[in-house]
Design a protein around this ligand. Structure first.
Ligand code: NAD
Length: 484
């Protein structure tokens, strides 16, 4: 459906995220007619630029990142864009923004803060001081939200002093992915899965988010974060919540978020001893990736004694009846052997086999939900080997990916999330208490790691991380799902 008129004010309009994701995603909503008359985009950044100069920059960004461009739609889209220069650090330029927004108090006014988190507070305060926050305002903030529970609380307080919780959209783009939506459909639009979705039938769950890239010139920022903060606190825990939560009453934002919050609160807090036993930190060394030789993390960073982890594996317990003794194994890292994000639900072995040993090994059922590179859902099932005269069994994937069958373009997560935000739907955005509950579980791990003398375990670039992460799962008689 076509949107109501809106003003989307993008702070950081000349940044990397705007270039790669925000502008291309917004453009995609134009040819399908979703951007209504009176939908405007106001890019804000420090540099002085004219509207036309910025539109040229936006045109290049879109042409670089979008495959099939409809020229008419592109012109219509660019005509919606205006540019305003505001220097947040110097606190200048706000009057121009005021003038640009004047007279539009009745339409949705969405602020997107695609800037350094240090600016979240100052921008919100200035928006308040200049009376730019209206009843119909919303604000979207990017990760990271804080570096620990305490700083996340401060960020939330600052933003909360200007915007009400129903106006605040904390983005986790993993939640906008098509397959993540499909996980909800699979669990709650079928009668097949939910009765089995518990400790009686599921052996364990794996969540892997593997990147082949390194820190790509962002070593300075990354060294202050590390994989636990950068990936686990938000993306992996959000995925874990969607797998583990009880059926919400409806898709209403607070129904879903209440259930996710319960999962976060049920995560078994890690003692020092558990951190040593159930977590593995790694850091990449030189090696080969994507066919070329690559440097190690410490060389990229330029100082030899950083203990920042570029890899984490963890065995996580959820303290509930549904998940008693069902470990969730999480792992994420940079410079790994392949770029793959997936969730594997490993069902239990058959209680009893009626087949002769010669029928072959009966593999336990497995549901694999792949978020990237090619999004899709596959269920591994056993069938009779077709055509064989004796009863021989074979494992085959039941492919539940329909994008190819319907030949549809998979929308980028940002497309859905930005439009949801404009419509005011918070279901796929994190609520304040979720973010703070996630940090409450993460903080003790960071704390215990900080007391450890030894460095993170080294791993060669282009491998699956330190061998200790393989040992972490193999000592339980299990293996990481083969990603190939
Ligand atoms: P960036 O450094 O490329 O862009 C920052 C933007 O802020 C630029 O437009 C710059 O002009 C503007 N800016 C800097 N100083 C300013 C000032 N004093 N006044 C006004 N504007 C100023 O950053 P980015 O990579 O686009 O990231 C933006 C946000 O998104 C950050 O919070 C980041 O953590 C988050 N994020 C980025 C990515 C990504 O892939 N780039 C992914 C996830 C989250």
């Amino acid at each position: 459906a076509q949107s109501d008129p809106f003003d989307l004010v993008v702070f950081g309009g000349t940044g990397d995220l705007a270039h790669r994701k925000l502008l291309p995603s917004l453009y995609h909503r134009e040819p399908v007619g979703q951007l209504g008359e009176g939908a405007r985009i106001i890019a804000v950044s420090r540099r002085p630029l004219s509207d036309d100069e910025y539109r040229d920059w936006a045109r290049k960004a879109i042409c670089e990142h979008v495959a099939d461009i409809d020229q008419d739609a592109l012109e219509r889209f660019l005509a919606r864009i205006q540019y305003v220069s505001v220097d947040v650090a110097q606190n200048t330029g706000w009057e121009t923004l005021e003038q640009t927004l004047a007279g539009r108090e009745g339409v949705v006014r969405a602020f997107y803060l695609s800037v350094s988190p240090d600016f979240f507070g100052p921008i919100c305060s200035s928006l308040g001081e200049h009376n730019l926050v209206t009843e119909k305002s919303r604000v979207t903030i990017e990760k990271p939200i804080g570096k620990n529970g305490k700083s996340a609380h401060t960020v939330n307080e600052t933003i909360g002093s200007v915007f009400k919780e129903h106006q605040i959209f904390r983005i986790d783009h993993y939640l906008g992915k098509e397959t993540v939506q499909n996980l909800m459909a699979l669990r709650f639009a079928n009668v097949l899965f939910e009765p089995l979705w518990n400790a009686a039938h599921i052996d364990h769950v794996q969540i892997t988010v593997a990147e082949t890239l390194g820190v790509e010139g962002r070593a300075g920022y990354y060294d202050t974060a590390g994989a636990l903060r950068d990936m686990v606190q938000n993306h992996l825990l959000q995925l874990l919540c969607l797998v583990a939560m009880e059926p919400p009453e409806s898709m209403a934002p607070d129904s879903v978020r209440d259930e996710k919050l319960k999962v976060l609160k049920a995560l078994h807090p890690m003692s020092a001893e558990m951190v040593e036993r159930n977590t593995v930190r790694g850091q990449y060394r030189a090696g080969a990736s994507a066919g070329g030789a690559v440097k190690g993390y410490l060389d990229e960073l330029g100082h030899p004694d950083s203990h920042t982890e570029t890899f984490v594996a963890a065995k996580v317990d959820i303290q509930s009846w549904r998940w008693a003794n069902v470990p969730f194994y999480l792992r994420t890292g940079k410079r790994l052997a392949a770029r793959v994000s997936e969730i594997t639900i490993q069902f239990k072995d058959l209680p009893h086999s009626i087949f002769l040993p010669g029928a072959g090994r009966i593999a336990a059922n497995k549901l694999v939900i792949r978020l990237q590179p090619d999004e899709g859902v596959k269920m591994q099932v056993m069938i009779k080997d077709p055509g064989s005269s004796s009863m021989r069994l074979r494992e085959v994937p039941l492919d539940m990916t329909f994008a190819e069958a319907f030949n549809v373009r998979q929308p980028d997560a940002y497309e859905r999330l930005i439009m949801d935000m404009i419509r005011g739907n918070q279901t796929l955005f994190m609520r304040r208490d979720e973010v703070e509950a996630a940090w409450k579980w993460i903080d003790p791990i960071l704390e215990h790691w900080s007391h450890l003398k030894e460095a993170p375990k080294p791993y060669t670039s282009g491998t699956w991380g330190p061998s200790a992460s393989i040992a972490l799962i193999e000592r339980d008689g299990r293996t990481w799902h083969d990603e190939s």
